[in-house]
Design a protein around this ligand. Structure first.
Ligand code: SAM
Length: 287
């Protein structure tokens, strides 16, 4: 296990269960969970394939239970897995939390997905809260363009004083963001890195500045990266030392050199959140 903490971000290199022991119960405002999907991806340290579906689900149910304990009573959780296992997660989680949205993260793919069936172009995300009546949802922070199809601004004549229709809205539950690909500015060497814009929407919607966000399967620490840009604190757990190093460099500009941590200039992304006025990423084309 290795731990590094700076600027409100805690980096824990360990197995998820060991890492979660370092997180206090009822202390987390937002959980983003992007675990192994049990579909056979190569995550260097871990094999993303269990002998049976039951083994995978039992493993997942164990850390889901611990993660929920870490959330404050006002907290929210966004959790991902493969399309084939999400129904099991859904049934398990809805006994403990209120599922407010079943989100489809849709992406187009130029590559051929499948030739003999309909290839998968989405990943499911559950958005759940502990208490529907007392939870954070910053609708104003995540508005997208309401596409009316009209060239001119439409007027609502049903109102006592005719007013222009809103041209923004809260996104629906189908989110279109491209996947992170090689050669994109934000790309790191990881097989299932999540896009910054996906985390941007989640973190803006379900947390406030100064809140703490926990990501127990951090990979390249996209969650912590966006937290740093948006003024949130973060705790990230990742088992693989190389991905952990990517996280330190990505978020803090820190690299390990001969057992010591040294500061290097953080990689500047072509579209770095810190360089631009927020919101920046694809804000207007979803809904
Ligand atoms: C789907 S990826 C997360 C990607 C991340 N959201 C990102 O944007 O880079 C899952 C990560 O969980 C890590 N992992 C797998 N098993 C783990 C375990 N038992 N404890 C902690 N991390 C684990 C893998 O190394 C992998 O990086």
């Amino acid at each position: 296990m290795d731990i590094y903490e700076q600027k409100g971000h805690k980096f824990i290199q360990s197995d998820v269960f060991e890492g979660l022991k370092l997180v206090q119960n009822d202390s987390i405002d937002l959980l983003f969970i992007d675990p192994r999907y049990n579909i056979g991806k190569n995550f260097r340290t871990t094999r993303d394939k269990w002998d049976s579906d039951e083994d995978y689900l039992n493993w997942a149910y164990s850390w889901i239970t611990v993660c929920i304990e870490k959330l404050k009573s006002t907290g929210s959780m966004y959790i991902m897995t493969s399309t084939q296992f999400m129904p099991y997660f859904d049934i398990f989680i809805r006994k403990q939390m209120k599922i407010l949205s079943r989100i489809v993260w849709y992406y187009d793919s130029s590559g051929v997905q499948a030739k003999k069936y309909f290839g998968s172009l989405y990943e499911p995300i559950l958005f759940c809260v502990k208490n529907e009546k007392d939870c954070c949802f910053n609708a104003e922070e995540i508005l997208v363009e309401a596409k009316t199809g009209a060239k001119r601004k439409l007027i609502d004549y049903r109102k006592p004083i005719p007013t222009q229709y809103n041209n923004t809205k809260v996104p629906g539950n189908v989110w279109e963001f491209s996947r992170v690909r090689y050669r994109m500015g934000e790309y790191e060497n990881h097989p299932s890195q999540k896009p910054v814009c996906l985390l941007e929407r989640i973190i803006k919607a379900s947390s406030n500045r100064g809140d703490t966000v926990l990501d127990p399967f951090s990979g390249t620490f996209t969650t912590s990266f966006v937290c740093e840009a948006l003024g949130r604190k973060s705790i990230g757990i990742e088992i693989d030392t190389e991905y952990y190093q990517i996280g330190l460099r990505r978020v803090l500009g820190i690299e390990e050199h001969k057992g010591k941590y040294i500061r290097r200039e953080p990689k500047i992304y072509e579209h770095d959140l810190r360089q631009e006025q927020l919101p920046f990423f694809q804000v207007a084309n979803n809904g």
